[in-house]
Design a protein around this ligand. Structure first.
Ligand SMILES: [Zn+2]
Length: 119
């Protein structure tokens, strides 16, 4: 929701309003009931007075977003577990292959040794 700042034309009293878009703009000064004008670019100081509202709103929003991203993290973790199990399987297959290869090379070496001895 936007925060609007108004200034009274008569007594120059400044006040802020948090308004829904559907709300009609305030036209009377709360101090002197004079006509007011809406300030188009309110100063940054406005956050000091209404900061509690702004921070509350921001915190709520970010908390909800954190929850969402946490759930997404859980999902991706489960997917990681699955892929890890698949990796383990393929690792076992790799070990088998390397083991059989090692046997082959060992037997080759043994043959070479025998041939060397023979010559
Ligand atoms: Zn006024």
């Amino acid at each position: 929701m936007p925060i609007y700042e108004y200034q009274c034309r008569r007594c120059e009293h400044r006040f802020e309003l948090i308004q829904k878009f559907s709300d009609k703009p305030r036209k009377r000064c709360p101090e002197c009931s004079g006509t007011v004008k809406r300030l188009i670019s309110p100063p940054a100081i406005r956050f000091k007075g209404t900061g509690w509202y702004v921070t509350d709103y921001a915190n709520k929003k970010s908390n909800e977003e954190d929850k969402k991203s946490n759930e997404e993290d859980k999902k991706s973790n489960e997917e990681d577990k699955k892929s890890n199990e698949e990796d383990k399987k393929s690792n076992k297959e790799d070990k088998r292959e390397t083991a059989s290869k090692n046997k082959e090379t060992e037997s080759k070496k043994a043959k070479e040794k025998k041939e060397k001895k023979a010559s």
